[in-house]
Write a protein that binds this ligand. Structure first.
Ligand SMILES: [Zn+2]
Length: 152
């Protein structure tokens, strides 16, 4: 069970509760649980990262999960993993702040999985681990086809 009763916290192993990300599996998230500042930062980072997750470097969606499903031929349930979230490089529960230099855009799956770990890796090491696992089919299972340019 991910939910511990409040809308924007989830329980870590060992009983710690982390409020680093607002987690929702719904495709139409209303962002009520996320502060306006974080929402704005997430949008800024999403644009700066060209819509790709900071960790897995795969496409994410912000508002229109249904269009995302159609483009990538994914089920709604699967696409929920790739919703864009605001990720704290240094987690709030470890003293991380909400400033621009501590926030990146990450997909829900990468964000949530990082904070569920018994001892979360640093953001750099976690990113390397994620991309390594993704390549061998041991991550969320989505690798968008690369857009190859047909040079003629
Ligand atoms: Zn990701």
């Amino acid at each position: 069970m991910m939910s511990s009763g409040t809308s924007n916290s989830f329980r870590l192993r060992g009983g710690r509760t982390c409020r680093c990300a607002s987690v929702s599996n719904e495709l139409e998230t209303k962002d009520r649980s996320m502060g306006q500042k974080l929402t704005k930062l997430r949008s800024t980072k999403y644009a700066a990262q060209k819509g790709l997750c900071y960790y897995c470097r795969q496409p994410m969606w912000v508002k229109d999960g249904i269009a995302f499903c159609k483009i990538h031929r994914l089920s709604a349930r699967f696409a929920a993993r790739l919703q864009c979230t605001a990720e704290h490089l240094v987690a709030r529960c470890d003293g991380g702040h909400d400033g621009a230099d501590n926030i990146v855009a990450a997909c829900l799956f990468c964000n949530r999985t990082r904070h569920l770990a018994k001892s979360p890796l640093s953001s750099d090491r976690y990113g390397l681990r994620v991309r390594g696992r993704l390549l061998v089919g041991k991550w969320h299972g989505f690798i968008a086809p690369t857009r190859q340019k047909n040079a003629s």
